[in-house]
Design a protein around this ligand. Structure first.
Ligand code: NAD
Ligand code: ISE
Length: 341
């Protein structure tokens, strides 16, 4: 397997953690180039790398660099589409953080460009599919331990929303999008309809934010899922899930954390943030991606999965505006993406 020379577009929070991962944790990759609209940040990050990396002025320059085999897109969501399309045009493999694109139309343009290129080039960063606790839940479900699934309860709690620029729409498109992808993967079927409910908002949330929300997802088979998304929960980063089946229930374990008993108390530590909770999943995700790129194979969530999540997100935003139950119409999955959920 050859070492994959990776160029990174967007050296902010997750860009830096993925760079550290490729550089010092997982095998198979080397960061050879970086860029960011904040060039000073890109230069500062390049300065921390063990081997010299080129700092490009633009993402387009980085994609055109002959020394870049594969592109990691970790810029803001609204900018993903232009870089993914440019990488497809250059015939380069891409790891794109979620969302693939903020709207279904944008994601469909990527799907069409990839199909026109004739081979799978893109993996989308839905890292929960690589999380050990979610995989244990899926294996137990698939083994029939709870019987036919009827319901699922989820909680997606962040300690606090970013102080600026985080909108109510983003509670769906940036946060709940993880559960939207996850339930398609977990149950192996599509989401057929959505609704959004909102209790009174937390006083911790900024005035213009409706936080928390309850996102209701109806699967094609009739399984009903409620997702509490609360981005100012205050106490930590808490991800929960429980599947209710005809003959039992399955609960997501707390990411492998031990229960601590001392001083007359018993408890499990709550992770501080998504990095702490999903670090192992990100490592597994990048190990898999680099192996696939290095061996010329494909793996992981595809651009079709990114598109399907964007279609559901669009319908959720409609449900948020109207208060209605909104049906989801997803076109048939093209044969090009066959066999993947
Ligand atoms: P961030 O603001 O910390 O970093 C984004 C960086 O991209 C910034 O440095 C910004 O200057 C740069 N940037 C913005 N537009 C650009 C452009 N056009 N060209 C080049 N650089 C540009 O944000 P973040 O938290 O690192 O999030 C980045 C992406 O990763 C988002 O899509 C977000 O949804 C996703 N994300 C995923 C997870 C996960 O759990 N999988 C967690 C956090 C963030
Ligand atoms: C962030 O962008 C992520 O993707 C995290 O996984 C999620 O928990 C958080 O809500 C998002 O803002």
């Amino acid at each position: 397997m050859r070492t994959v020379r990776v160029g990174v577009i967007g050296t902010g929070m997750i860009g830096q953690t993925h760079i550290q991962r490729i550089t010092g944790v997982v095998r198979g990759g080397q960061v050879v180039a970086v860029t960011d609209v904040d060039l000073a940040r890109a230069e500062q990050v390049a300065g921390t790398l063990p081997a010299a990396a080129v700092v490009h002025k633009t993402g387009q320059d980085l994609i055109a660099d002959n020394d870049v085999d594969a592109v990691l897109v970790t810029s803001w969501g609204a900018t993903h589409e232009e870089y993914v399309l440019a990488a497809i045009a250059a015939g380069k493999r891409v790891f794109c953080e979620k969302p693939l694109a903020p709207t279904a139309d944008g994601a469909m343009r990527i799907v069409e460009a990839e199909m026109a290129a004739g081979r799978r080039l893109i993996q989308v960063g839905f890292m929960r599919r690589y999380d050990a606790a979610y995989n244990a839940l899926k294996n137990t479900l698939d083994a029939g331990e709870a019987g036919t699934p009827l319901l699922m309860h989820c909680a997606h709690r962040n300690p606090s929303a970013p102080p600026y620029g985080f909108t109510t729409d983003m509670i769906v498109s940036d946060s709940a999008v993880h559960e939207i992808d996850l339930v398609r993967w977990l149950f192996g079927e599509e989401i057929a309809a959505v609704r959004i409910l909102h209790p009174r908002s937390s006083s911790r949330a900024s005035e213009d934010l409706r936080d928390p929300l309850i996102v209701l997802l109806e699967m094609a088979s009739g399984i009903l899922i409620d997702v509490e998304v609360f981005v100012n929960a205050g106490y930590g980063y808490d991800i929960r899930a429980e599947v209710v089946g005809e003959s039992g229930t399955l609960s997501l374990s707390h990411g492998g954390l031990a229960t601590v008993t001392r001083d007359g108390q018993r408890g499990t530590p709550v992770p501080a943030n998504w990095r702490e909770r999903f670090d192992g999943a990100f490592d597994a995700e990048f190990t898999d991606w680099l192996r696939a790129v290095g061996t010329g194979t494909t793996t992981g969530p595809s651009s079709w999965d990114g598109y399907a999540a964007a279609v559901v997100t669009d319908r959720c935003l409609e449900a948020l505006r109207t208060g209605d139950r909104v049906e989801v119409a997803l076109p048939e999955r093209p044969g090009f993406y066959a066999g993947r959920s």
